[in-house]
Design a protein around this ligand. Structure first.
Ligand SMILES: [Fe+2]
Length: 358
């Protein structure tokens, strides 16, 4: 199998019906006419014009490249990411323990952790898929902090923010739930199932986080805003202040999206069959009125590029490979079955993608 050493991913060649081609796909083998002329050559990036020409030439199917993650055990880049990721989770765990003892957070130490994560994900964004491919999940809060740091860094990069802002927003992401260190442990794991009185206490983690981080004299005001405002919502329904859209800091808007995308994936990691990145993106799209719509669309569009090529299980028990992600409804993407049939799940209402097969 060929490996692309720049991205750490490996090209898979699949056969696809011309009707399912979308611009941006790469042709894996030359396409010939009946008399042996090359009509479209290997390596061509499909455009709307190419699709039109292929249909005129009455070509039914062709080979394209689907990008698929390499086995993490044998890919050194992925292995390095997992090592750094695990170190980062431990660093956050230590920070929480330290805060409980000293009531202070060492922002400098966590800044180094955030920088390592930023370097990893900005070098190869598709590595983000590995976040949900790791075995243990009893350290949900710490993993979630590192995941939000990584996803916030990616979003900041996609928004073309300068490097110092990418670093700042990712540090704010790493620190966003630091106030949970002041909450009783039973409030930490399943916040959406808490009774109302516990939920009111849980919401205080935003203000507790602000208070803790603010003890560091050098911390930027924008990072503090990212921490305290990450549960604020565009329609004013968020907490702790119920701010309107225009008063919410851009860092908090980025972290809110990373937080919503990651929380159910990480909290459900012990039941991978119940949740998938496809469903998480779909639910995020349903919540687009609560977050910054422009940033959310950029996030969904960019993330879907990583989700093409995955081997997935369908709700009817069959398995297949995602050949084209439906950005409107990712769990209803186009999936190719082992017999090369392509199912367009947007047209088949009782079947959807349930989980990614690792
Ligand atoms: Fe939070």
């Amino acid at each position: 199998m060929l490996e692309n050493h720049h991205t750490g991913i490996s090209p898979k060649i699949i056969v696809i019906n011309v009707n399912f081609l979308v611009p941006g796909m790469e042709v894996a083998r030359d396409v010939y006419s009946d008399d042996g002329r090359v009509l479209v050559s290997e390596g061509t990036i499909i455009s709307q014009h190419t699709i039109h020409k292929l249909k005129n030439w009455q070509i039914d199917q062709l080979h394209i490249i689907a990008e698929v993650a390499v086995n993490p055990i044998i890919n050194p880049k992925v292995q390095q990411f997992i090592n750094n990721y695990n170190k980062s989770v431990t660093a956050v765990e230590k920070a929480f323990a330290n805060i409980r003892e000293t009531h202070e957070v060492s922002v400098d130490a966590l800044e180094q952790t955030a920088d390592i994560i930023v370097d990893e994900v900005t070098a190869a964004g598709n590595i983000i898929d590995q976040l949900y491919n790791l075995p243990s999940c009893d350290d949900y809060t710490f993993r979630h902090s590192v995941n939000v740091c990584a996803i916030a860094a990616l979003i900041a990069t996609w928004l073309k923010l300068p490097p110092d802002m990418v670093s700042a927003v990712s540090l704010a992401g790493l620190l966003h739930d630091i106030g949970k260190s002041g909450l009783p442990p039973h409030l930490l794991n399943k916040p959406y199932r808490l009774p109302q009185s516990d939920y009111e206490q849980y919401k205080q983690h935003t203000l507790l986080g602000l208070e803790l981080a603010n003890k560091n004299p050098n911390i930027a005001h924008s990072i503090l805003s990212g921490i305290v405002q990450h549960h604020e919502r565009e329609d004013g329904s968020g907490y702790p202040y119920g701010l309107p859209s225009e008063k919410i800091h851009p860092y908090a808007k980025i972290i809110a999206i990373a937080d919503l995308y990651d929380e159910k994936l990480t909290i459900n990691c012990e039941h991978p069959g119940k949740f998938s990145p496809y469903l998480s993106l779909e639910q995020l799209r349903d919540q687009i009125h609560l977050v910054d719509a422009k940033i959310c669309i950029i996030f969904i569009d960019s993330m879907t590029n990583f989700l093409s090529g995955n081997l997935v299980a369908l709700s009817d028990g069959r398995r297949g490979r995602v050949v084209c992600v439906n950005k409107q409804s990712p769990s209803r993407s186009m999936v190719q079955l082992p017999d090369c049939t392509v199912l367009d799940l947007s047209q088949i209402h009782n079947i959807h993608i349930t989980y990614v097969i690792r």
